[in-house]
Design a protein around this ligand. Structure first.
Ligand SMILES: [Zn+2]
Length: 291
């Protein structure tokens, strides 16, 4: 017991919390005054596109998955998209998918999503989301027909890893515009159950005379894209080996695909709102004309 306290000291102690409150309030007011309005303008909220890299496997597991994740993360930093990698299928729910622009199935295999997660992913694509399938993304979800149409073709078999020649059929697309017309590289070249060409836009095909075990009667698409069910879908058959993810051109191929699927690079490029060579009134129906 502090018997030496004077009435004045006791009085000040009683008031101390009040002073603290007043001080705090004035600091908060001072801080509050120059604060921007509660609703930020859209430009201030703009964040880089969000890319989910999903690499869950329930079948064969590729040893190159860590190299793939590392490569895509680095590409995100270089190209301005945010990468989050997960093998947790619970990510496939509306709130998290709602904050995602593109989902990469990186060497997934087998049955990776349950029925409800599949439905959420379908809604994500229908809402304008992007999908990029890499290599064994085509060895995934055989019992989900919607996914089969999204990826474009399912895996059938493959010969040994070997060099092959790729014909780059379309060099205007964001994932192929940096590639040579014929691209020689080594990978594990998948044979697909059906030729996807009738249903997709083929970007690259394998020259089956350039390697052993082609298996698709001479027309062998190996990368393609399409608009699908409201969203965008891209697939590339490369990416089995660790070395793929260190190849500068294969990395740029992946980055271009993700940027297109995430909506960063439209294809075909959007026309300007007003063509620079437009004659004023060009597009206006000439209702008053009497000719
Ligand atoms: Zn493989």
């Amino acid at each position: 017991m502090r018997s030496t306290d004077t009435a004045r000291q006791r009085f000040l102690r009683t008031l101390a919390p009040v002073f603290v409150c007043l001080l705090t309030a004035s600091i908060l007011l001072a801080l509050d005054t120059p604060k921007p309005p509660d609703v930020e303008p859209p430009a201030a909220r703009a964040e880089p596109p969000a890319v989910l890299v999903f690499s869950r496997t329930t079948g064969f597991r590729h040893g190159s998955i860590p190299a793939g994740i590392k490569s895509l993360t680095e590409l995100g930093r270089e190209h301005g998209f945010r990468v989050e990698a997960t093998e947790d299928p619970r990510f496939f729910e509306p709130t998290r998918l709602g904050k995602t622009d593109c989902v990469v199935f990186l060497n997934t295999t087998g049955d990776v999503l349950d029925d409800e997660q599949q439905r959420h992913f379908e809604n994500f694509i229908r809402g304008g989301g992007g999908y990029v399938g890499v290599h064994s993304a085509a060895d995934t979800e055989y019992d989900w027909p919607w996914y089969g149409r999204l990826v474009g073709a399912w895996f059938k078999t493959h010969p040994a890893i070997q060099p092959a020649r790729i014909n780059v059929e379309d060099r205007t697309f964001p994932a192929t515009r940096m590639l040579p017309a014929t691209w020689d590289r080594t990978d594990e070249w998948y044979v697909y159950r059906k030729n996807p060409r009738p249903n997709v836009r083929v970007l690259m095909s394998l020259d089956e005379t350039s390697y052993q075990g082609g298996g698709m009667d001479g027309d062998h698409p190996i990368s393609w894209y399409h608009d699908y069910d409201g969203g965008r879908a891209f697939y590339t058959g490369g990416g089995h080996t660790d070395a793929s993810y260190a190849e500068p051109l294969f990395r740029e191929h992946l980055a271009g695909a993700i940027k297109w699927a995430a909506g960063m690079t439209p294809h075909p490029p959007r026309k300007p709102a007003v063509p620079t060579d437009a004659v004023p009134g060009d597009a206006t129906p000439d209702k008053g004309a009497t000719r």
